[in-house]
Design a protein around this ligand. Structure first.
Ligand code: FES
Length: 101
């Protein structure tokens, strides 16, 4: 599946992602700046904060209570905020747009 990472200036970096990988791992693997994934996906750092905009959000499982708790710590929290380490890539997410705060 293709994942489009979108930066603050609206430039897009598209990567060929591996199914089963998370949006965080895929970003780190491809050297996408702004998604650090310091805790390795253990849901303790929130350095993988992203915005999932538009219809894509509806295709992704809603955040767990733990994810919501951690999201409350991030800067620039929006209703479309998610932790990229909690979102697994699958075929239905082909073309997903992930905005980096
Ligand atoms: Fe640390 Fe997502 S990588 S919370």
């Amino acid at each position: 599946p293709t994942v489009h990472y979108i930066f603050g200036d609206d430039t897009v970096h598209s990567v060929d992602a591996v199914e089963g990988d998370t949006l965080m791992h895929s970003a780190v693997r491809n050297g996408i700046p702004g998604i650090e994934g310091e805790c390795g996906g253990e849901m303790s750092c929130a350095t993988c904060h992203v915005y999932i905009e538009g219809e894509w959000r509806k295709r992704i499982q809603a955040p767990s209570d733990d994810e919501n708790d951690l999201l409350e710590m991030v800067d620039e929290l929006r209703p479309v905020s998610r932790l990229a380490c909690q979102i697994k890539i699958n075929a239905s997410l082909d073309g997903v747009q992930v905005r980096i705060p």
